[in-house]
Design a protein around this ligand. Sequence first.
Ligand code: HEC
Length: 145
Amino acid sequence: MRLVVTLLLLHLLLLLAACTGGSPTSTGTVCPDPDPGTLTYDNFGKPFMEKYCTWCHNSTLTRSKRNGAPLYHDFDSLMGVLQTPDHIDQQTGIGPEASNDFMPPERCPSEPGGALVVSCAKPTDEERRQLAEWIACERNRPHTF
Ligand code: HEC
């Protein structure tokens, strides 16, 4: 009897492990209060997006040049980023409730809009944590747009 219970529990654990690899989930990251202001668009968000994302998610690229990146997910400006902050967190952020590494994908162009010829540069886990925190803080800051 005890063996059966143990096996059942093991099975459940395995199932759980399989699920957490699963689908885009909000990281549950909150901006510290008060906002430390250490991660900004200029010192973090912009270089992050340019290194990992704007190869495809770029307002200057027409539909056929985006390598499948959805329209209106353009991360070459702060306004573009703040139009889909939750989706970015769910695809790419790490935080208390999820570790998301869905974006960037495996293959990237070597110049924005080009053919998929190189391996995409991947953010480190620390950068993914910083991304989630920066988004959580930046969305509450005052903007003029
Ligand atoms: C090689 C091109 C490419 C790069 C680079 C890339 N993406 Fe994507 N992105 C895609 C494609 C294709 C899709 C749509 C397919 C999918 O949803 O899996 C997508 C979908 C998305 C979505 C939308 C999901 C939804 O439907 O809500 C978000 C958000 C996103 N990417 C964020 C990012 C972020 C953040 C980066 C940089 C860390 C990034 N992407 C880098 C190609 C790219």
